[in-house]
Design a binder for this molecule. Structure first.
Ligand code: SF4
Length: 695
């Protein structure tokens, strides 16, 4: 039942991985009043400007209100029958790996779970990847190499308790604003706390920093290798904790071979960083896309983890490495195995015992026998005609993928494309044969998991727009029509959650640390009332932290330090002499399908722009507010010039949000190469060699 007008509903923000609690109150006229939930343990009543504008974005403008086949409105039965038939026919003719799903960290865990179950357990392919691949795949890979599992060890409160917080490649002020507010409040309360920002660009996060290290782009692993060497030289290793760690010698030797001159830092700044890091017992190293979005992102993650393992600064209050995820449910996607190289509940798709256990639990006719295609490779397979039926859910890859023009052409050339989305007109929906209207935030029930592993409810507060349906219901309907009636029978999101929780118990028996099996018999009433909680329940004995006891999820129970040989990013060339950095602005989200509806949010940054150093602007003859053409071997964009010394000479910055039907436009990901990290498959979105010239 929908809440009565004036009744506040506890739910969770639709945007970033902080996962703030929201009180949404229907006004009785189709709108929602929004306030922070004072009882939510991630945000304590705080909201940022995006979260507080959620009520301005729950409008019908631009919504996809009915299923469409080749541009014509149709009924659900016709659309679902067609999707099921085309996928079944394609699989029959070309095999399970001729189809693929491309999904999203915006999906709720229940949606993600059902999509994974259908393709991995019933279709028999692991060709399901997600836009989270563009966001945190290198953190997943780094965690798994070091800890044996994809586990974020700490909690948000560790940042507040730390004596030193180092933010690496993270513009927390704009990308995780409420976490930034918590950090700023902690520093105000304890002025002796120190904050260091490591970022080639001077961002808003530097406003509260004691030290900004504007290191050379891509040199993060050199910095943390240098730190490891200095930790050892100053006898600051934790010999007791190193009993629980393998690989120190190799990691140390590799670190010794790094050349700190590559950092481009002064001796004084580097020395201050080393002194503060080594001299502060309680250190939290926060890292985000500046680390992950690199063709050596996994190594950068492990260079950071190495330093925490070598000093035993992990799993205890006020210390630890901390990956902050971009999307509201990137973590939930990881929990259900929402990446091509994972199984549900953090099980390993390459482990036959794990595959058998999941197949048995699902009573599935088959199980994907190997990892599937990761995002960049998946769209290459679409381009080459190896993927013949593609279902894109809740994301806009024709804008957000690297080499976005190429990806758009690949989708346009695919035999059969289904897109489930809230919005009717996006760069990707225009390329679909079948459009399926999906419910959006405020219209659906489910759960999300934030960056500190806290599972929170999103709750339904308003009716679906038009004929929109929940993603998990749409996927389940297709599964039933493909012939698996008994496996996709849920009647509610609570039932899906209960099955997911029960599977986590099976996974727990196999050593997975993701165990929420206490919720496997959850009732509708309890699901409706579910309070935010941390997983796993067993970690509560350590105050919610992992690894305090020095036990890791590797076969011998020891963590692994990884030998990291830093690699420079792709070189610039005489034809493309600038290294473009990409990122977000404070008030927009992804490709703006929701935040673009709020005039208040649009006022912050009204159009696509390029931050350019004054010396570069002078040399190129570009005036402030003029237009620049930015070109790479992969595409062109036209951007408004913002002359600023926040960026270094030769290293302009552009935000990713803007879209556009016709080239050239403000679509920045058309410029980004499809280069990926060899371990994680995450693209190097922070480093695109480009040319810049007046337009
Ligand atoms: Fe939403 Fe993130 Fe802002 Fe919190 S910080 S209100 S989760 S966008």
């Amino acid at each position: 039942a929908l809440p009565a007008a004036g009744t506040a509903v506890r739910t969770t923000c639709a945007y970033c991985g902080v996962g703030c609690g929201v009180l949404a109150t229907p006004d009785g006229q189709g709108g929602l009043a929004i306030a922070g939930d004072p009882d939510h343990p991630a945000s304590f009543g705080r909201l940022c400007v995006k979260g507080s504008a959620l009520g301005e974005t729950v409008r019908l403008d631009g919504r996809l209100l009915a299923p469409r086949i080749n541009g014509r409105d149709t009924g659900w039965d016709a659309a679902l029958d067609l999707v099921a038939r085309r996928f079944s026919d394609t699989i029959a003719a070309h095999g399970p790996d001729s189809v693929a799903f491309y999904v999203s960290g915006q999906l709720l865990t229940e949606d993600y779970y059902v999509a994974n179950k259908l393709i991995k357990g019933f279709i028999g392919s692991a060709n399901i990847d997600t836009n989270s691949r563009l966001c945190m795949a290198s953190s997943v890979a780094g965690h798994r190499r070091a800890f044996g599992t994809d586990t974020v060890p700490g909690l948000y409160e560790d940042m507040e308790e730390a004596d030193l917080v180092v933010l690496v490649g993270s513009n927390l002020a704009w990308c995780h604003p409420v976490l930034f507010q918590r950090l700023a409040a902690a520093k105000e309360a304890r002025p002796q706390m120190r904050i260091i920002v490591v970022d080639p660009r001077r961002t808003a996060t530097c406003d509260i920093a004691d030290l900004h290290l504007a290191l050379a782009p891509g040199s993060d692993a050199v910095l943390f290798n240098r730190l490891l060497v200095e930790i050892a030289r100053r006898d600051a290793l934790d010999a007791g904790f190193l009993e629980h760690v393998n690989g120190f010698d190799a990691a140390y030797q590799a670190a010794c071979a790094s050349d700190p001159d590559q950092l481009g830092l002064s001796e004084a700044d580097l020395g201050r960083f080393l002194n503060l890091w080594i001299g502060s017992e309680k250190v939290v190293t926060v890292y985000s896309q500046g680390i992950n979005q690199s063709d050596s992102g996994s190594d950068k993650v492990n260079a950071i983890l190495n330093c925490h393992l070598a000093t035993g600064r992990i799993g205890r209050p006020g210390m630890g490495p901390f990956s902050v995820t971009g999307q509201p449910n990137a973590m939930g996607g990881r929990e259900v195995g929402g990446l091509a190289n994972m199984l549900a509940c953090h099980l390993d798709i390459e482990n036959p015992m794990h595959r058998d256990a999941v197949q048995g639990f699902w009573a599935a006719p088959t199980m994907a026998p190997k990892p599937g295609l990761k995002a960049v490779d998946l769209f290459r397979a679409v381009e080459e005609g190896r993927i013949k039926a593609l279902w894109i859910m809740c994301t806009n890859p024709a804008v957000s993928m690297p080499e976005a023009d190429r990806v758009a052409r690949a989708i346009a050339g695919c035999d059969f494309v289904v897109v489930s989305d809230m919005m009717a007109e996006t760069d990707t929906t225009r390329l679909a044969h079948v459009l399926l209207p999906a419910t959006g935030w405020g219209e659906k029930d489910g759960t999300v998991t934030n960056s500190e592993r806290r599972i929170s409810r999103q709750r339904r507060t308003m009716p679906p727009a038009g004929q929109a349906r929940d993603d998990w219901r749409i996927i389940a309907e297709v599964g039933r029509r493909m012939g698996w009636r008994d496996a996709f029978t849920w009647q509610s999101a609570a039932e899906v959650f209960a099955e997911h929780a029960a599977l986590s118990g099976v996974a727990g028996d196999l050593g997975s640390d993701f165990d929420i099996s206490a919720y496997s018999a959850i009732t509708e009433t309890d699901y409706a009332a579910l309070d935010p909680f941390l997983w796993p329940q067993s970690a509560r004995k350590n105050g919610g932290r992992f690894f305090a006891d020095g036990r890791f999820h590797t076969p011998d129970g020891k963590a692994r330090m990884i030998a990291v040989t830093p690699r420079a990013p792709q070189s610039v060339t005489p034809d493309h002499p600038f290294r473009l950095n990409t990122g977000r602005v404070r008030d927009h989200w992804h490709t703006m399908t929701r935040t673009g509806l709020s005039p208040r949010l649009a006022r912050h940054m009204a159009e696509p722009y390029l931050e350019l150093h004054p010396a570069d602007a002078r040399r190129l003859g570009l005036q402030p507010a003029s237009l620049a053409e930015v070109e790479s071997p992969h595409g062109r964009a036209i951007l408004r010039v913002l002359v600023t010394d926040r960026v270094a000479e030769g290293h302009p910055f552009a935000p990713i949000h803007w879209t556009g039907e016709t080239a050239p436009s403000g679509r920045v990901d058309v410029l980004v190469p499809g280069l990926v990290d060899p371990v994680s498959g995450q693209p190097a979105s922070k480093s695109a060699p480009v040319a810049v010239r007046p337009f």
